[in-house]
Ligand binder design. Structure first.
Ligand SMILES: NC(=O)C1=CN([C@@H]2O[C@H](COP(=O)(O)OP(=O)(O)OC[C@H]3O[C@@H](n4cnc5c(N)ncnc54)[C@H](OP(=O)(O)O)[C@@H]3O)[C@@H](O)[C@H]2O)C=CC1
Ligand SMILES: [Mg+2]
Length: 354
């Protein structure tokens, strides 16, 4: 599997050898980002030469290019001019959060122009802002799959951080306002001294196989006809292995024989999750599914041929004459797709060997 900005597989990267005296581009970049998170003054300085990705009520500013979207970042000077035009103080830039930097150490920030405003003033200005900025604020659910992988990852991170700050403005212990550091890597309550760090919820996603077939399921909230691997939030105190075993038992009534980690992915919906993807096998001969209808609409075993054919389809297929929608799979950017693709490759190569 190639290294992807969206998900990182177990065998897909190697620690750089410590033979060279000069630090690699990657290491200097990570050290620079660390400095920006730790030092408010350096981070403030980086804002003046940085690039800003704008949002409105958590919808990213994008530009349409054919049937794809592209990001539209702004320099600080341009952003100050835009803020002034909409009667907003340049101090609003203080609400921005650090989301990364280039190899040349140009820092990247995200700023939501509506959060922190009263609801009505935010919504009133949206269309005016869009025409001034020559883009549109698009719901991330609609835009994510039309962005390239690098931008999709950056915009998802940005949205997750902006959402976290918006929801953590007050201390859960003292009830007093919390203050963010310049980078936005934490919030502190001056009263209780509590420090809050941005959070992700760990979620396991598992493709269960019986050796020749794989198990795919539907939640009633999924788009019509779409099936995916089994998923579920980890409970407090669980290991990944325990979460996978419990979720499979809870959702389809099966016991696992073995499991193997595959890859991970940050997932923005509905909040920020860390998806941990595994392959798993059921005990031989124990394949009878008992669907938990409180969690799933249905779950079924699918053959290699059925799954390989569905992988070739792009997006939701057109409905058949009887109105039914043929079964289809999550898009390429979803880690479920990666798991399914990996299973098909493995099954195909082992059936070629047989
Ligand atoms: N990227 C990908 O390929 C895929 C991503 N996913 C993502 O995985 C996530 C979890 O999958 P899902 O099967 O729904 O999970 P679960 O099977 O755990 O069921 C979801 C329910 O669990 C409860 N819950 C427990 N802890 C949390 C928490 N920390 N945050 C929110 N709800 C919690 C909620 O129930 P209640 O509301 O009753 O309290 C929620 O409705 C989804 O958000 C989905 O977007 C899923 C499949 C593919
Ligand atoms: Mg689930």
């Amino acid at each position: 599997m190639s290294l992807s900005s969206l998900f990182l597989g177990a065998a897909s990267w190697k620690v750089p050898q410590a033979c060279c005296k000069q630090l690699s581009t990657y290491v200097t970049k990570m050290r620079y980002l660390f400095e920006l998170k730790e030092d408010d003054e350096i981070c403030r300085k980086a804002q003046s030469s940085g690039r800003f990705y704008l949002f409105h009520s958590l919808a990213p500013l994008l530009q349409k290019s054919g049937n794809r979207y592209q990001v539209l970042p702004f320099r600080a000077s341009e952003l100050e001019r835009i803020l002034a035009k909409f009667g907003q103080d340049a101090q609003k830039i203080e609400h921005s959060v650090l989301i990364g930097c280039s190899d040349q150490h140009e820092a990247w920030f995200a700023l939501d122009l509506a959060l922190g405003n009263s609801h009505s003033s935010g919504s009133l200005q949206k269309s005016e802002m869009e025409s001034e900025l020559q883009g549109a604020f698009i719901d991330l659910r609609k835009a994510l799959f039309q962005l390239n992988e690098k931008d999709a990852s950056l915009i998802s991170t940005a949205q997750a951080l902006l959402r976290w700050h918006d929801c953590h403005q007050f201390c859960g212990k003292s009830g007093q306002p919390t203050q963010k550091n310049v980078a936005g890597s934490k919030r502190v309550c001056a009263s209780s001294k509590m420090i809050y760090y941005p959070q992700m919820s760990p979620v396991v996603i598992t493709l269960v196989s019986d050796g020749t077939r794989c198990l795919l399921a539907r939640q009633s909230s999924f788009p019509k006809g779409m099936y995916s691997a089994l998923s579920g939030f980890c409970d407090v105190g669980e290991t990944v292995e325990e979460s996978v075993r419990r979720e499979v038992a809870e959702e389809v009534g099966l016991e696992l024989d073995s499991l193997q980690y595959s890859a991970s992915q940050h997932w923005s919906f509905p909040n920020s999750s860390l998806m941990i993807a595994c392959h798993a096998a059921v005990r031989p001969g124990q394949t009878e599914i008992q669907v938990n209808l409180q969690e799933l609409e249905t779950a079924e075993w699918f053959s290699l041929e059925e799954v390989a054919a569905a992988l070739k389809k792009k997006g939701p297929p057109a409905s058949q004459q009887d109105g039914a929608i043929p079964f289809w799979l999550p898009p390429k950017m979803a880690i479920a797709h990666h798991l399914i693709q990996e299973w098909v490759q493995k099954q195909s190569s082992s059936s070629n060997l047989a």
